[in-house]
Design a protein around this ligand. Structure first.
Ligand code: GTP
Ligand code: MG
Length: 344
């Protein structure tokens, strides 16, 4: 569905309402189709019943019904892509890799490697399927100022030679992988397909999720459609801004809305959503159990895959899969090297 859909075609939407909707991130029939009438009524300043009419008309226009046939569900499930970590043991744990159409939460204490994982996946997603990728591009929402092009540089140089060669050919970059200039050009081409945005606070982060929906939608006919959305970190701003006990409910409500938006990107545009989350390292913290990710139950329900990273000796990391649907819990070992995530 085109993002520049004419919203004024919808019942009860004049120029002023169309503008309010657009300003609030509802720029396509699809985004309206999956909005709740209450949410719409609040943001666009229209009555609840008008909002309900808008939503149902948008659903028809976007061809998103309340029900779909089993075969439609099957067809959508068949499109689920698996994005490799490039670490066999971890991929096996995940049944092939990080899935599109799902949210994967990677949690662990500081230095456990969460940001390294998001960097590596932003590279891997661009690779051809036979090399573990999804032939796609990445969106990286950076809330902790952790995105480092230098790490992308190191990790591209650390890719298996076969994957590097395949990418040189695919991107029509002349030269060989032993040639510095050729590798510089290859690194640049990878950076080109990672869309990075810094989130300055939680509201800005939420807005970026809505922008990501739009960007992902617009990219679907591109050579490298968006297939990965990373939020590193999902919770840092929320944790810093909503500090008092009295604000807990408010924080959870905001986080829930945010996750709902992220879920939309995953489901509407066949994208893998990977969010990072720190565990509270201070046991006195009111966030509770130091081995539990921040965000509590709400995050628990939304993130369909949860992966717990633990530091081990030196560059070794233990990756544990927790409570995944249809997959056995288990652990794998990997290393974080200069060239990226590597098998033990
Ligand atoms: P927080 O964001 O602080 O919660 O941590 P994190 O879980 O995101 O950790 P991060 O991904 O930043 O991992 C940091 C670890 O990755 C370091 O302790 C190093 O072990 C490793 N690392 C990061 N950069 C490099 C690098 O350039 N070379 C090597 N060899 N290892 C690196
Ligand atoms: Mg980090």
């Amino acid at each position: 569905m085109a993002a520049d859909a004419d919203l004024e075609d919808l019942p009860g939407v004049g120029p002023a309402t169309a503008e309010k909707l657009t300003d609030n991130g509802f720029e396509s029939f699809q985004s309206l189709a999956v909005a709740s009438p209450g949410e719409l009524s609040n943001t666009a300043d229209v009555g609840e019943s008008t909002a309900a009419d808008i939503v149902s008309a948008a659903r028809e226009a976007a061809d998103i019904g309340g029900f779909e046939t089993g075969s439609a569900v099957l067809e959508r499930r068949e499109r689920i892509g698996k994005l490799s970590w490039m670490v066999d043991e971890v991929d096996e744990l995940l049944g092939g890799g990080v899935e599109t159409q799902s949210i994967t939460e990677v949690y662990g204490e500081f230095g456990s490697g969460k940001s390294q994982v998001t960097h590596q996946l932003s590279i891997n997603v661009q690779l051809p399927k036979e090399h573990g990728g999804l032939h796609g591009s990445a969106i990286f929402v950076d809330s902790e100022d952790t995105f480092r092009p230098e790490r992308i540089d190191d990790m591209v140089r650390g890719l298996p030679e076969e994957a590097q060669k395949a990418m040189l050919e695919e991107r029509e970059i002349e030269g060989s992988i032993d040639d510095d200039e050729t590798m510089d050009a290859l690194v640049d081409s990878f950076l080109e397909y990672i869309h990075v945005a810094k989130a300055f606070n939680s509201n800005h982060q939420m807005l970026l999720a809505e922008k990501a929906l739009e960007l992902a939608g617009d990219s679907q006919d591109d050579e490298y459609p968006v297939r990965l959305l990373c939020i590193d970190s999902l919770t840092a701003h929320f944790r810093a801004e909503y500090v008092g006990r009295g604000e807990l409910a408010d924080r959870q409500q905001k986080l829930n809305k945010h996750l709902h938006d992220l879920d939309k990107v995953g489901n509407l545009h066949n994208t893998a959503v990977v969010v990072t989350n720190q565990v509270a390292s201070n046991p006195d913290s009111f966030f509770g159990d130091p081995t539990q990710p921040i965000g509590g139950n709400i995050l628990g329900h939304k993130s369909t895959f949860r992966m717990y990273l633990r530091k081990s000796k030196g560059d070794k990391r233990i990756v544990r899969l927790v409570d995944a649907p249809n997959l056995a819990d288990g652990e794998a070992v990997m290393r974080i090297e200069g060239g990226g995530l590597k098998p033990e």
